[in-house]
Ligand binder design. Structure first.
Ligand SMILES: NC(=O)c1ccc[n+]([C@@H]2O[C@H](COP(=O)([O-])OP(=O)(O)OC[C@H]3O[C@@H](n4cnc5c(N)ncnc54)[C@H](OP(=O)(O)O)[C@@H]3O)[C@@H](O)[C@H]2O)c1
Length: 353
């Protein structure tokens, strides 16, 4: 529920006076959820029964079918970086004990002010405060879009966090626009075989760029399959010392020196840091100027609709590496923490579309 949401109001779509006979069955009072009560390794994850989430006037209650497990979950679990995570999530006591942001499922209830969705709609989106590692999740309607039939709930769940970050990094901060004339802009995606990186490769191609993906050799085939024109090996190729120059660098790692990243840009090129140490990110926001910037992605309805369209027409086709049941959320988090995955790690309650 958003901080400014009015008092919770539950509005079932069918009431006893409705002429419709297909009223949804009553919802249970409790749900299963993977929770954590202290920072640590995935060993602290505990499956518990919790009350169903409160649904505000502008919220939708989603019966969660699939939720992606991402680096954001890993960072919230392990308090990395410690200061930022503890400021947000609590110094010692965890404020939001259920993680899980990118999700897909079916609408079960809508708040009184919801206009875009009805009970029974298949939707995907991003729960801004988490809550997806559970059988039900309350999500503001602005953070949801219709799930295309073409993709599974697992693929849809893998899309919003990675897709919104990649889209806003490339288009809004990187100023990569579609429909230009002239030669294709050259984009370098650092960490191209990861969740955000593989979405960025696909989206940069949709936006008409020539795309080079930088990652380990074991991920090169995966990166090329997402549409990259070329790949660089993170262990043997140094993009900061090659003579190639980039119109946009989207950096999911943030370990290369800032000055070297600047030198690797064309005269009007832009460097976008999606990740990196706090000190580096702070330096960029204070002294980087418009061409060297950090990104904090913000989900919104228009961008989710855009991603929904690309999922529907197949231009986005996320790969799911493995789906775990809710009971094995700790194992799923371990797999994300270990890295090296070729595709998304997902928690699924039910498989299929
Ligand atoms: N700013 C925002 O709004 C925002 C939003 C979402 C995510 N993020 C952050 O963005 C970062 C990336 O997220 P993600 O979900 O894409 O992570 P991910 O799935 O783990 O992807 C990272 C990729 O980079 C590769 N890699 C590791 N070190 C590298 C290096 N030195 N050079 C090139 N590639 C390297 C990894 O390979 P291996 O798997 O083999 O290690 C992996 O393929 C995370 O720090 C996350 O917290 C920020």
């Amino acid at each position: 529920m958003t901080a400014s949401a009015p008092a919770p109001i539950l509005v079932p779509m069918a009431t006893p006076t409705d002429s419709r006979t297909d009223s949804p069955p009553a919802l249970p009072a409790t749900m299963r959820a993977a929770t954590y009560a202290r920072y640590g390794t995935p060993d602290v994850i505990e499956l518990r029964d919790l009350p169903l989430p409160t649904v505000g006037a502008r919220d939708v209650l989603v019966r969660t079918r699939a939720t992606v497990v991402g680096m954001g979950d890993w960072r919230m679990l392990t308090a990395d970086p410690a200061v930022a995570v503890r400021l947000y999530q609590g110094v010692f006591t965890i404020r939001r004990p259920v993680l899980g942001y990118g999700l897909s499922g079916v609408v079960e209830r809508v708040g009184s002010a919801v206009t875009r969705f009805e009970v029974g709609d298949a939707v995907f989106g991003e729960a801004p405060q988490g809550g997806g590692f559970a059988e039900f999740t309350a999500v503001p309607e602005t953070h949801l879009a219709a799930k295309p039939e073409r993709v599974t709930h697992e693929q849809a769940a893998a899309t919003p966090v990675a897709g919104i970050t990649a889209l806003q990094g490339l288009r809004d901060v990187g100023r990569l626009a579609s429909g230009r004339t002239g030669p294709a802009p050259r984009v370098l995606v650092i960490g191209a075989g990861g969740a955000v990186g593989s979405a960025a490769v696909a989206i940069a191609k949709i936006l008409g760029a020539h795309v080079t993906g930088l990652d380990g050799a074991a991920k090169h085939e995966f990166v090329l399959a997402h549409g990259a024109d070329a790949v660089l090996d993170r262990r043997t190729d140094d993009f900061t010392t090659s003579c190639e120059r980039w119109d946009v660098i989207l950096d999911m790692i943030g370990s290369a020196p800032v000055a070297a990243c600047r030198r690797a840009l064309t005269p009007n090129g832009r460097y976008v840091a999606v990740s990196g140490k706090l000190r580096r990110t702070a330096w960029l926001s204070l002294f980087g100027g418009p061409r060297m910037a950090g990104l904090i992605a913000k989900p919104n309805a228009a961008d989710l609709e855009l991603l929904s369209g690309w999922l529907a027409d197949g231009r986005l086709d996320p790969v799911v590496a493995r789906t775990y049941p809710l009971e094995e959320t700790a194992d799923a988090l371990r797999q994300v923490g270990a890295g090296g995955n070729l595709g998304a790690i997902v928690i699924g309650t039910v498989s299929g579309t």
